[in-house]
Design a protein around this ligand. Structure first.
Ligand SMILES: Cc1cc2nc3c(=O)[nH]c(=O)nc-3n(C[C@H](O)[C@H](O)[C@H](O)COP(=O)(O)O)c2cc1C
Length: 362
């Protein structure tokens, strides 16, 4: 099956899954390991003008999230230039070199890394919330190189659509959306401290828990601005890859899920993609792109009541216990919905472990 995707008119990947910038692409050994797993392209850990002094501990995981306080690469740019990137370049995989952060820093780094880069990914994570310094940086970077320039969107930017319009107007080629979200404070259960080594205990959250936020931002941009988007933030399965493409992404990146479920997740997802695509009735990856952009265009108010299938219902009572409107009851070993109380919210259907409830959700 053809898994290839195009990102705008200048880049093609053999499949849509790339790693996201972070520790799993922190040196050439790790990057070559991911290339061996079959990823469609590569991104580097963000390189800046000096090695980062990273507070430690710097990564904690929950069931469906990671909180981190990592900065950019703990290696200086010389190490990337002389050691890591020549080896990566030799592998011939489309490579996005991630650079940060200020205009001056990025302009000094571009000429050093251009020969290793099919594209640049610029992180603006530490440039604040206002668009002006970011616009100036993109304008200067676009003049300094003919490589496509992607700007990574931090979700603390208040208006992603305005951000995307600005990126396009200043000569950026595409967006990578989104970076981790925060700050967040992961207080420990038995102590009143954060387990992380940052001065305030704060970190940045990522992983499956942020997927709905990533999809909302990507979908918002894709319905308003004609610009390639690489989706990132919560990808953890082949179905997620397809969801991101449906919401307007041209390709995706993944990091946290591979740190939570195991680093071979890249290979597993790529090998699962053809069967998942086929089960949804598609015969290639590109025909999925943007499918969710045409739906959900009007507010609905009609109340739809849940229908319980007694053959599937296991009487676990989750719906009874969860219903915010007290509309479900287990009467004589049967789940009954009280139509006078049911608000038609949909929570029961979305949480039923036996998929015995239908009729509410779109
Ligand atoms: C430990 C860690 C380190 C990260 N380092 C970087 C980085 O150096 N540069 C960058 O642009 N994003 C960095 N990120 C953000 C990720 O690239 C990605 O945008 C974010 O984690 C959301 O994707 P995910 O849910 O698949 O992890 C880092 C994330 C984590 C968890």
């Amino acid at each position: 099956m053809d898994l290839s995707v195009r990102i705008g008119d200048r880049l093609t990947l053999a499949n849509p899954l790339m790693p996201a910038s972070g520790p799993l692409v922190g040196d050439s050994g790790k990057i070559l390991g991911l290339i061996a797993q079959g990823v469609g392209g590569i991104v580097t850990k963000t390189i800046s003008v000096r090695a980062a002094q990273v507070p430690r501990p710097c990564i904690i995981g929950g069931n469906d999230y990671i909180v981190n306080t990592e900065l950019w690469s703990e290696y200086p740019p010389e190490r990337w230039e002389e050691d890591f990137l020549p080896a990566v370049r030799a592998a011939g995989k489309p490579t996005f070199v991630s650079l940060g952060y200020t205009e001056g820093e990025i302009l000094s780094l571009i000429p050093r890394f251009e020969r290793f880069a099919d594209a640049f990914e610029l992180s603006t994570h530490y440039l604040g919330r206002t668009l002006d310094p970011i616009a100036k940086t993109i304008r200067a970077a676009a003049r300094a190189t003919d490589r496509p320039i992607f700007i990574k969107l931090s979700p603390h930017i208040p208006d992603p659509v305005e951000f995307a319009k600005m990126v396009k107007a200043e000569g950026g080629y595409g967006l990578v959306a989104i970076n981790s979200l925060g700050p967040v404070y992961p207080v420990r259960a038995n102590l009143s401290t954060s387990p992380l080594g940052s001065a305030d205990g704060f970190g940045w959250i990522s992983g499956p828990v942020i997927k709905p936020l990533s999809l909302a931002i990507i979908r918002k941009i894709a319905t308003s601005v004609d610009i390639p988007i690489i989706g990132v933030g919560g990808v953890g399965s082949a179905q997620d890859v397809i969801d991101f493409l449906k919401c307007g992404a041209s390709a995706v990146q993944m990091l946290s899920a591979a740190m939570l479920k195991g680093k071979t997740l890249y290979r597993k997802i790529i090998s699962a993609l053809p069967a998942v695509l086929e089960s949804l009735g598609f015969s290639d990856m590109r025909s999925v792109q943007g499918l969710a952009l045409k739906s959900n265009t009007a507010t609905l108010f009609e109340r739809r009541l849940p229908v319980i299938d007694p053959k599937l219902c296991t009487l676990c009572n989750r719906c009874v216990e969860n219903c915010p409107y007290d509309a479900m009851e287990n009467r004589d070993r049967r789940i009954i919905v009280d139509p006078a109380l049911c608000f038609g919210c949909g929570l029961c259907e979305s949480r039923c472990p036996a998929r015995a409830i239908s009729g509410v959700l779109l």
